[in-house]
Each structure stands twice: as structure tokens, then as C-alpha cells.
Design a binder for this molecule. Structure first.
Ligand SMILES: [Fe+2]
Ligand SMILES: [Fe+2]
Length: 289
């Protein structure tokens, strides 16, 4: 069995389109039993999401995806949870794709589990010493200061230093993702849904491959990078998702997107790969089972 995997096509972003089209052509030429896109296929506008899926019209196997955080972006009064539960699955179905988050698959004895995954700040870089309130606001202290959140800075002034105030980073999900619950609550919800999938698949499959947009293990998080990237580490994933995966010995492979930084860890029996697709370079990984 051959499973093709890619991620972060970001087809709504002009500089990403050529490499996404090239990736899709390669996938269709290579062929396989299944193709899985591990998130950030496009952004708030659903048009490019549909166009991106249509690039794979020539692929003959099962076509599946998990959304990424960018796929939940909603402008104006949009509802990200509704996008996740209703709009994205419906649009994907029209283009011949299943959302693994809601429809895990079984293929020749192999289970395909999936989740957008999320972040609960468990991967925040503690060496920065930034108070949790800034991660919840998705603004570094410097950004909070110049974006009119001075009350946040004032409330934590005793814990802030010049280094903090020189960091002007905002995580844009703060602007465009409206879940109606906290990131911690959403992560917990996803972890339990993933656990349910893995329980069901474990009963009927010989092995399981899992696909998560966000990172489930801290070992995949890029380290030693400049401060603006260190702040972003908090939004790369959640250890809680990894804890769920570790409870299921039939999970042999895990594929992730999101970090745009290729890294790989072995956790027990699991080979866990962050694919490292970027805006201008897309990876196509081939898993032969
Ligand atoms: Fe991405
Ligand atoms: Fe992402």
C-alpha cells in the first residue's frame, strides 16, 4: 500500500501557488492508494480551498485531509467551529475528499486517523519567561504595547523586561479564529475525539497512521531560533495530543504540518514526521506499507 502525504499548500497565498500546483502534479503522476493533505490547504476564502482540492482530480486513490489553523480563519462575524464541523467537510466532499477529523478511514487493514490538532501553550518556550496572558492574547508584550493592549502590559509590568518589550509578534489566529471556547478547551475536545478514533481503529486494524496538522510532541518544535519564533512555539501544538497517541501501540506513523520546519522524532514505536512544507517548497512524502 502506498500513501502520499503533503501539507501546507497555502493555495490562497500567491507565492505558494506554483509550488502547490507542482506538488499536485507530482502526486497525481506518482499515484497511490491514498493521498492525505495535512492542513493549511488554504485560508479564509473558500474559493482557493476548492481550487486546491481540484488540483488532485487526477489522483485515483482515496483522498483525505485534515484542516489547518489557516483553514479555520474566518473574516467578519465568521464562526470557525462551524467551518470545521460543517462547511469544510461539505466542500471537501463535493471535491471527492474526506475530512479525517470526522471520518477516519480503513484501507486494507490500515487505519487512517486524523485531527487538525491545536495548541494549549504547553510548548511555550519557558526560557522567555512571558506570562501566560500574552499567549492567550496571541500578542507578545511589545505587540500588545503598540496594538493598544496597554492594560495587558500594565497588569504584568513586574514580570516584563526590555527583551519582552522588544518582541513585536502577533499570532494571527487571534484575529481570525473564532472558536467560542478557549484554545485549551478546543485542544481537550480534539484529544478526546482522537482517542475515540484510535480506540475504534485499534479494534479493527493491524496498524494505524495518524495525521495531525499541529505538532503532538515537543521534540518536533524548532529550537534555537530568534525570539520571534520562540514566542510562536506556544502555538505549534500540544503535548496532550501526543499523550493520546502514545496510548495506542498500533500507531506506527504520524505526519504533521504547521511548523514549516522539517523534523522527525521516534516515540516508542511511532515514527513522527513534521513535514516541513513552506510557502515556496512543498514536500511529498511516500509511505509504503
Ligand atoms: Fe502552514
Ligand atoms: Fe498551520
Amino acid at each position: 500500500m502506498r500513501i502520499l502525504v503533503s501539507s501546507d499548500l497555502h493555495y490562497n497565498i500567491p507565492r505558494s501557488r506554483a509550488s502547490a500546483e507542482d506538488l499536485a502534479a507530482r502526486a497525481c503522476r506518482t499515484g497511490g492508494d491514498a493521498l492525505v493533505l495535512v492542513g493549511d490547504t488554504a485560508g479564509a476564502d473558500m474559493g482557493p480551498f476548492r481550487e486546491a482540492l481540484r488540483l488532485f482530480e487526477g489522483f485515483g486513490g482515496l483522498k483525505a485531509l485534515v484542516p489547518g489553523n489557516h483553514c479555520l480563519w474566518a473574516y467578519g462575524g465568521g464562526d470557525s467551529l462551524h467551518r470545521y464541523r460543517v462547511e469544510l467537510p461539505a466542500l471537501a466532499a463535493q471535491e471527492g475528499f474526506v475530512l479525517l477529523d470526522h471520518q477516519p478511514q480503513t484501507l486494507g487493514g490500515v487505519g487512517l486517523a486524523g485531527s487538525i490538532g491545536w495548541y494549549d501553550y504547553s510548548f511555550a518556550d519557558e526560557s522567555l519567561g512571558i506570562p501566560l496572558a500574552f499567549y492567550r492574547a496571541k500578542l507578545s508584550p511589545g505587540a500588545a504595547n503598540y496594538l493598544g493592549r496597554r492594560e495587558l502590559v500594565a497588569a504584568h509590568a513586574a514580570d516584563l523586561n526590555d527583551r519582552h518589550m522588544s518582541m513585536g509578534v502577533r499570532w494571527m489566529d487571534g484575529q481570525y479564529v473564532k472558536l467560542g471556547m478557549s484554545d485549551e478547551e478546543f485542544t481537550a475536545l480534539l484529544a478526546e475525539t482522537l482517542r475515540g478514533q484510535l480506540e475504534t481503529l485499534s479494534a479493527s486494524c493491524e496498524r494505524i497512521v495518524a495525521f495531525l496538522h499541529h505538532l503532538p510532541f515537543a521534540g518536533l518544535v524548532p529550537r534555537g531560533r530568534p525570539d520571534r519564533f520562540k514566542f510562536a512555539a506556544a502555538f505549534l501544538g500540544a503535548g496532550r495530543l501526543g499523550e493520546v497517541l502514545m496510548q495506542f501501540p498500533k500507531v506506527t506513523n504520524v505526519f504533521c504540518g504547521h511548523s514549516h520546519w522539517r523534523s522527525r522524532v521516534q516515540i516508542d514505536q511511532m515514527d513522527v514526521l513534521a513535514m516541513g512544507s513552506t510557502y515556496i517548497e512543498k514536500h511529498l512524502d511516500v509511505l509504503e506499507l
